[in-house]
Write a protein that binds this ligand. Structure first.
Ligand code: TRP
Length: 330
């Protein structure tokens, strides 16, 4: 039986948060049984901002270790590093010639990032979504699990693919964005109206995957709530408590109503500790496995080399088809 194909990735920027875990990696893990999964470490995308080279190298291997520690099984899923598969950059060039400046100018992430890095609005930042389209289309992915913020990029990918197919005949599978579960958007603990972010500058706003238990507890205790002191889900009026309920629900699998009942009359103090404890328990095995893997660089190298070989085999087929169709001598 042919399984549906999945491709997703995370930028190698380090400091992954609980949001990345609940919104992405933890769902990827669940999809491994039913789909043909490709999970990539997007190191090329990371170059759109300035990085210290050693930090980038370190972050890339960290992310690989974290994927595995979180339960992405290299025997089931194909895990690879984007830059190891040259076809990504090659297809991105071709697709650049089928993407309009107008389309790219409308990308929300481009606008946000240009505002944030006003001193470095480089062309890579502008064409970032085209590289992402290449990532996806090379593998003929059916589904792309992403957070809400990346949906626009997947939609652009569909438009580029449809445009290309219309000119040259069926070449690319048209992918669907797959927006994930309850916790697709874990919000900041201090600013529950914006997404929990790796780069948040507000202290105690983000739970990092390598935070020690006492830090996690402290951050949850300080989480911003409201003055009602009733554990009740109401995203508009009670964004802080609603975010904590979502986190608790994503980890324990309990429904929101159940949670409300369970903490009826208990107040925020007790609820916050309960949320912190379930997060600590959830992260513990992953943190231990992660430390083990970081001590075993040979194993990590074996995984990424093998992943690259497998990925290349798939990617080259699509790239060759594209080269022929556009008229390159191949
Ligand atoms: N742009 C994505 C992000 O910042 C990461 C990414 C790169 C990606 N290539 C991808 C996600 C392909 C899904 C599919 O989160």
């Amino acid at each position: 039986m042919n399984k549906k194909v999945i491709l997703s990735g995370i930028q190698a920027t380090g400091n992954l948060t609980l949001g990345n875990y609940l919104g992405a990696i933890n769902n990827w893990k669940k999809m491994q049984e039913d789909y043909d999964c490709n999970y990539m470490i997007a190191d090329l995308h990371t170059l759109t901002i300035r990085n210290n080279p050693d930090t980038l190298r370190n972050n890339t291997l960290d992310l690989l270790a974290l994927y595995i520690a979180a339960g992405i099984d290299p025997e089931k899923s194909n895990i690879f590093i984007q830059s190891h598969v040259a076809a990504h950059a090659e297809l991105a060039w071709i697709l650049n010639c089928y993407t309009y400046m107008g389309e790219l100018s409308r990308m929300t992430q481009f606008k946000d990032k240009s505002a944030k890095h006003a001193d470095n609005i480089n062309s890579g930042l502008f064409t970032y979504p085209v590289l992402m389209a290449a990532d996806i289309l090379l593998y003929q992915a059916d589904l792309v699990p992403v957070g809400e913020d990346q949906k626009q990029h997947v939609e652009l990918t569909r438009n580029i693919a449809e445009r290309f197919n219309k000119i040259y005949g069926d070449t690319f599978k048209i992918p669907e964005p797959y927006i994930q579960g309850v916790a697709a958007r874990v919000m900041g603990l201090q600013d529950p109206t914006s997404k929990m972010s790796k780069s948040s500058t507000i202290p105690n706003d983000s739970i990092f995957l390598n935070d020690e238990p006492d830090i996690i507890l402290k951050k949850f205790k300080k989480a911003i709530t409201d003055s009602e002191n009733i554990v009740r889900f109401d995203k508009e009026k009670k964004p802080g408590i609603s975010n904590l309920i979502s986190i608790y629900s994503a980890i324990t699998g309990e429904g929101k109503e159940n949670i409300e009942k369970k903490f009826d009359g208990k107040g925020y103090g007790e609820f916050k500790v309960a949320v912190a404890e379930c997060v600590i328990e959830e992260l513990k095995p992953m943190q231990n496995k992660y430390k083990e893997l970081k001590d075993n660089p040979d194993y990590l190298e074996k995984i990424y080399r093998r992943g690259a070989e497998r990925a290349k085999e798939i990617a080259i087929k699509t790239l060759k088809d594209v080269y022929e169709k556009v008229g390159l001598v191949w």
